[in-house]
Design a protein around this ligand. Structure first.
Ligand SMILES: NC(=O)C1=CN([C@@H]2O[C@H](COP(=O)(O)OP(=O)(O)OC[C@H]3O[C@@H](n4cnc5c(N)ncnc54)[C@H](O)[C@@H]3O)[C@@H](O)[C@H]2O)C=CC1
Ligand SMILES: CC(C)CC(=O)C(=O)O
Ligand SMILES: [Mg+2]
Length: 358
């Protein structure tokens, strides 16, 4: 029987639509002739839509998105500093609102240095780790304010929210990941200075660790973690951390493993109450938008994460292998967004489909 998956597609701004087009081609190649089909609904959301209509994300948009099984997103946000976007806050009003409303408490960001991919590090070693970034709390929740704005006496606060409930559930997810990977978990925080939040994170990790005697637990302050990501990234297996630290560390993780254009991610609602959302780690890259040179690999990798999340393991594996094979042969050749996307889609299509037993 054919399984129909309802997919909300949000291409977004800048290079978002360019990389999403290639991601959808990969999805089509991976599912053609299989027992799963994707019924796509495009959503025109982002800075461009705001400039046209004044809307960022309406309740109707949100309800419609919620009725889907999964979401594929390109990237949202205009050129930093664009005065026409002042006050719109597309990132908070759209991207973060989706993550919060859909309870994407796990922001899953795998980092693999594939064979053939050049790293800026001299001796990167075997880089294969996953960052489990908390996705619904931290300083991104909008708990802040400012007084005496625009005066020399201005005070601006941005409070980091950390709840026992929120920290425990993401820590549990991270331990479960570590158990099926290489049984190593590193908590990254800044417990020496952020003592209240740090203490909560540390205690939650210690408590859950008691249930996972097979997982070895390590702790690093976030500043030291940036050192080890550059000097010894192979030491990491699963990193669990808060929303802000995870955001920053995963751009660095992308940079050491071949570039941000390769870094995929999933915003997961593990309970399955809401659709999970898959997107590249990168943003809308206004500096290269419209030139046809954005690397679509991260968006295609996000399709692999989406397929794996949906249990479509055969299709997911074919996408992952096609990416790895393309990267192995890519070398220094500069290819366009479409050339990379077409090459990966062709590899996916060429790989044999395992027909499920009837
Ligand atoms: N998930 C999302 O939708 C995100 C949105 N943003 C938004 O995107 C806009 C631009 O933000 P930036 O800080 O410049 O970050 P960015 O990730 O868009 O770009 C940083 C650098 O990486 C390069 N880059 C990004 N993706 C690439 C790709 N696929 N191939 C090759 N090069 C790539 C860009 O050209 C730029 O030099 C802002 O409005 C920001 O708020 C930023 C991060 C995430
Ligand atoms: C634009 C931010 C809200 C998000 C971001 O940079 C990220 O999730 O990596
Ligand atoms: Mg980021």
């Amino acid at each position: 029987m054919v399984r129909t998956v309802r997919l909300a597609v949000i291409p977004g701004d800048g290079i978002g639509p360019e990389v999403v087009a290639q991601a959808l081609a990969a999805l089509e190649a991976a599912t053609a002739g299989t027992e799963v089909e994707f019924e796509q609904t495009p959503f025109s959301l982002g800075a461009a839509r705001y400039l046209e209509t004044g809307d960022v994300l309406t309740d109707a948009d949100l309800d419609a998105i919620k009725s889907h099984d999964a979401i594929l997103l390109g990237a949202v946000g205009g050129t930093p500093g664009d005065p026409r976007l002042t006050g719109a806050n597309i990132e908070r009003g759209l991207l973060l609102k989706l993550r919060f409303e859909l309870d994407h408490y796990v922001n899953l960001r795998p980092t693999v240095l594939y064979p053939g991919v050049a790293s800026p590090l001299a001796n990167p070693g075997d880089v294969d780790f996953v960052v489990v970034r908390e996705g619904t709390e931290g300083p991104y929740v909008g708990n802040g304010g400012a007084i005496r704005v625009g005066t020399p006496a201005e005070v601006a606060n941005e409070v980091s929210v950390n709840t026992a409930y929120g920290v425990e559930r993401v820590v549990r997810y991270a331990f479960a990941q570590a158990r099926v990977r290489r049984q190593r978990l590193t908590l990254v925080h800044k417990t020496n200075v952020l003592v209240f939040a740090g203490s909560l994170w540390k205690r939650q990790v210690d408590a859950v660790a008691a249930e996972y005697p097979d997982v070895s637990v390590d702790y690093l302050h976030v500043d030291a973690a940036t050192i080890f990501l550059v000097t010894d990234p192979a030491r990491f297996d699963v990193i669990v951390t808060d929303n802000l630290f995870g955001d920053i560390l995963t751009d660095l993780a992308g940079a050491i493993s071949g570039g941000i254009g390769l870094a995929a991610s999933g915003n997961i609602n593990p309970d399955g109450r809401f659709p999970s959302m898959f997107e590249p780690v990168h943003g809308s890259a206004p500096d290269i938008a419209g030139k046809g040179i954005a690397d679509p690999t991260a968006a295609i990798g996000s399709v692999a994460l989406l397929l794996r999340h949906l249990g479509e393991t055969d299709a997911a594996t074919r996408v992952e292998r096609a990416i790895a094979d393309d990267l192995a042969e890519r070398g220094d050749a500069r290819r366009s967004t479409a050339e990379i996307g077409e090459a990966i889609a062709a590899r996916i299509a060429a790989a044999s489909v395992t027909v499920p037993a009837t």
